[in-house]
Design a binder for this molecule. Structure first.
Ligand code: ZN
Length: 125
């Protein structure tokens, strides 16, 4: 199973419809869902969890895949990239525990395809 169209649409709506990366060449409007921790080829569907997905445009998603170390650090700092842990389940936990920075500078934990939680409310269960 991969990420369904319905899930992508929900994630884009959850994230306000805009690409969260806003890299050079960004289209502004989000079109797809980015895996914060990369699934990799043949990777586990565990990482298709909406908490590991965020709204991006296609050019930014491509740029993130080819990211230089500087860009990678920027994305990690903004919670848009999550480094892999020992297991896929641990990686997903890491994604859930890492808030995402939105374009207005506010940070939210991603809970589900429809719910995000502001960091002032504390970590979700
Ligand atoms: Zn973009």
């Amino acid at each position: 199973m991969t990420v369904t169209v319905a899930t992508k649409k929900a994630v884009i709506e959850r994230d306000g419809g805009f690409c969260l990366m806003a890299l050079p060449g960004c289209l502004g409007e989000a079109q797809t869902a980015h895996h914060r921790a990369n699934r990799g080829s043949g990777g586990s569907t565990v990482l298709d969890d909406p908490a590991n997905l965020c709204a991006v445009c296609v050019p930014c998603n491509g740029a993130a895949e080819d990211a230089t170390s500087l860009l990678r650090m920027d994305l990690i700092e903004r919670g848009l990239r999550v480094e892999k842990a020992a297991t896929n389940a641990a990686t997903l936990e890491r994604s859930k525990a890492t808030p995402v920075e939105y374009l207005d500078g506010e940070r939210f934990y991603l809970v589900s395809a429809t719910v995000r939680r502001h960091i002032s409310e504390g970590r979700p269960d």
